[in-house]
Design a protein around this ligand. Structure first.
Ligand SMILES: NC(=O)c1ccc[n+]([C@@H]2O[C@H](COP(=O)([O-])OP(=O)(O)OC[C@H]3O[C@@H](n4cnc5c(N)ncnc54)[C@H](OP(=O)(O)O)[C@@H]3O)[C@@H](O)[C@H]2O)c1
Length: 358
């Protein structure tokens, strides 16, 4: 593919830092153009759009919203259909089910000139599930043109399973894995959905919450069958910082605390920390991360790690760099769609936003 244009749809919690990251890494990722679609011309969002334009991104809007942006003093460069027509890859960052509707009503029409389309965690059924470093081997060039980047907590669960049970031992080593996803109520960029006190979730099927179910589907792309193996519960707490996960993983082959810790230390997508609070880890991300984000898929709390039950049960807490891991996989999937052979080398530029220790 000669032209490498990436088009991002949505400028919310995921879309905005994604557009920012793509513009920062434009040369390293060998991109020609980064465009983004903003649906609503809002005075409150003007500063965001202006700053994304300053960073070199190109604005695309619907024809009927054009005048609204002009009235705000912003001149859109492209119309939605032009941006889609010229895009090599489209990354949808819209809220729940909009990505699925966009696929049915819009994206299917642009298959001829676009390498592929990517959507985020809420869009179950959009395409092949993906988490960077977990199931890259499952992506099939030319066939997987719709990819769903799994949710932030699913990234974390999958990496915990991978590092604790699968590494060096294979899928047979995993007996069962239980997770409690203690979620922050809303993002600092969002005004709605705050909860005043801890609020528990329901268990909808044999996987509990969608996190274990999505991890099951993710591993299924590698032909691993973890039905009756993974289970998650979820709750929200009145914090805006980071998600926290409690885990208990039962393995067949006895292990030690040192061995497990070593695997986290050696994995670049995992960080370790001796900090015990979500706010301390979040604050580190704010100071050193990209747009305040850590791109690691998990942050293991070392003092919480325990190995019991004669070396067969591994228990601990970790934090989820919520939108960071989704940014990592979104860019990796986009690079793969444009160049399945060479993408691995290109995405090494993201390493500067990984931390070994937080
Ligand atoms: N927030 C997180 O921490 C997080 C983490 C991992 C994954 N995710 C996933 O990422 C996706 C996006 O979440 P988010 O939190 O970034 O959402 P968000 O902050 O609510 O932003 C949504 C964006 O989508 C745009 N939009 C809404 N409806 C649209 C439509 N019909 N057509 C085009 N654009 C539309 C909005 O544009 P206007 O403002 O112009 O209307 C807004 O910019 C979801 O699948 C979510 O599950 C989120």
């Amino acid at each position: 593919m000669s032209t490498r244009n990436v088009h991002v749809v949505g400028t919310g919690t995921i879309g905005e830092p994604l557009i920012g990251l793509l513009t920062s890494l434009k040369d390293e990722l060998r991109l020609d153009r980064i465009s983004f679609h903003k649906r609503t011309p809002l005075l409150t969002d003007r500063s965001k759009v202006v700053n994304l334009l300053k960073r070199g991104a190109h604005l695309a809007v619907d024809a009927d919203a054009h005048q609204g942006f002009v009235d705000l003093g912003i001149k859109p460069e492209l119309e939605t259909h032009e941006a889609l027509e010229q895009a090599s890859v489209v990354i949808d960052c819209t809220p729940s089910n909009v990505g699925l509707a966009n696929k049915a009503e819009l994206y299917q029409k642009y298959m001829a000139n676009t390498a592929g389309f990517i959507a985020q965690g809420s869009e179950f059924g959009f395409g092949k599930m993906y988490a960077r470093g977990i199931n890259d081997a499952a992506l099939i060039p030319g066939e997987d043109r719709f990819i769903q980047v799994v949710s932030c907590n699913t990234h974390n669960l999958a990496l915990l399973v991978d590092l604790i049970a699968l590494q060096g031992a294979g899928p047979e080593n995993l007996n069962t894995a239980r997770f409690l996803c203690i979620r922050r109520s809303n993002d600092i960029s969002q005004d709605g959905s705050f909860v005043p006190a801890p609020q528990v979730g329901t268990h909808t099927d044999e996987f509990g919450s969608h996190h274990a179910r999505d991890a099951y589907h993710l591993f299924k792309t590698l032909k691993y069958d973890f039905s009756n193996t993974l289970f998650s519960s979820a709750m929200k707490v009145n914090s805006q910082y980071m998600h926290t996960i409690w885990f208990s993983v039962l393995v067949e082959k006895p292990t030690t605390q040192e061995e497990i810790l070593q695997r986290f230390v050696e994995c670049d997508r995992a960080a370790i920390t001796y900090k015990m609070s979500a706010n301390a880890v979040f604050s580190f991300g704010r100071d050193y991360g990209h747009y305040g984000r850590l791109l690691n898929e998990t942050v293991l709390v070392v003092p919480s790690l325990a190995v019991r039950n004669k070396g067969r049960e591994i228990v601990g807490f970790c934090f989820t760099p919520q939108d960071g891991n989704s940014l990592l996989s979104s860019i990796s999937a986009a690079a793969w769609l444009m160049d399945p052979e060479g993408y691995n080398k290109q995405v090494q530029c993201l390493r500067k936003y990984f931390f070994d220790e937080v």
